[in-house]
Design a protein around this ligand. Structure first.
Ligand code: CP
Length: 318
């Protein structure tokens, strides 16, 4: 694997999932694979899970890690080629990314969307400029439109939990939120569910919250949440802002919050969320604190997803 930006970079999703589960059993089996290699982790936005789990994963492989909060500690970057830099930006990404490529063997970056300009966000300008100029493999720690490390984790978690011969029914449900959030996690989850192909995948959300078809593909959309949840084995909960009315909150209906009552029609579904989660807005306490929630296990699996990805890139560059 040469980079990890989307599911399209992965030669085989099932194989990557097996690699990750192998690391879960034996975290240190490749402890010298990354010896004398350094991972750069560049953050333009906050993170708890991605930041910590990826560091642990890299260390399990024997890598050194450098974390740089470029938004707070770096020069303000110019991302546009040909810009006349007589404004607030101090350093062009051409130099910044290229220089970081001199220090690191793998460069990872988190860059959220502005949620103002759909076209700018969906062309993934930030991460693509880093890919263009870094000269080393780039790993997404969540970009404007995708969060592949999270989605790999989610597939790993479903695979690990599901022990039956039949295909599980996985329902991704929109839930309310007080702030407009990116579409990266749901886009990515849909893309990975479709690519993995081992589950019956359904999406439910209020009208007006349709995601980009490029990611959802032919996954059925059911606007009635209760109907969608019937017989679900996994309920993947996530808020996102409107893609159509870009970056806007067009529904505040608290009936979409996931409660025990909502789960009654499911097949005692396991409840997943990428975290952080706003309790009693997105998911009720009774669910998060109850036996059906697997959000902590899911977050724990972030380490094995990151370790599998880093190991595949290290192996490709050996
Ligand atoms: N799920 C996730 O990416 O968490 P963080 O934003 O805390 O990294």
């Amino acid at each position: 694997m040469k980079q990890f930006i989307s599911v399209d970079d992965v030669p085989s999703v099932p194989r990557l999932v097996e690699t990750a589960l192998g690391y879960k059993k034996q975290p240190f089996k490749d402890k010298t694979l990354g010896e004398n290699k350094t991972l750069g982790m560049i953050f333009l936005n906050p993170s708890l899970r991605t930041r910590l789990s990826t560091q642990v994963a890299a260390k399990n492989l024997g890598m050194e890690v450098v974390v740089f909060n470029i938004d707070k500690e770096g020069w303000q970057l110019e991302m546009n080629d040909g810009a006349i830099m007589n404004g607030n930006t101090t350093e062009h990404v051409k130099e910044a990314a290229a220089v970081m490529g001199q220090y690191f063997d793998i460069l990872s970056i988190r860059t959220f969307p502005g949620l103002k300009d759909k076209e700018a966000d969906y062309t993934e300008k930030y991460i693509n400029q880093f890919i263009k100029y870094a000269g080393v493999p780039v790993v997404s720690l969540e970009s404007a439109t995708l969060h592949p490390l999270q989605s790999l984790t989610d597939v790993i978690t479903i695979k690990e939990e599901w022990q039956q011969a039949r295909r599980p029914k996985v329902v991704m449900t929109w839930a309310p939120h007080v702030k407009p959030l990116p579409q990266a996690v749901p886009n990515s989850f849909a893309e990975w569910m479709n690519a993995w192909g081992e589950a019956d995948f359904v999406i439910t959300h209020p009208k007006g919250y349709e995601l980009d078809k490029k990611f959802t593909g032919s996954a059925p959309i059911e606007y009635d949440q209760d109907k969608a949840l019937e017989g679900a084995d996994f309920v993947y909960v996530k808020n996102w802002s409107s893609y159509e009315d870009y970056g806007k909150i067009t529904c505040t209906d608290s009936n979409w919050m996931v409660t025990n009552e909502k789960l009654r029609g499911t097949n005692q579904a396991k409840v997943m969320h990428c975290l952080p989660v706003r309790r009693n807005v997105v998911i009720a306490d009774e669910v998060l604190d109850g036996p059906q929630s697997i959000v902590i296990k899911e977050a724990g699996n972030r380490t094995w997803a990151a370790q599998a990805v880093l190991s595949e890139i290290l192996k490709s560059s050996l």
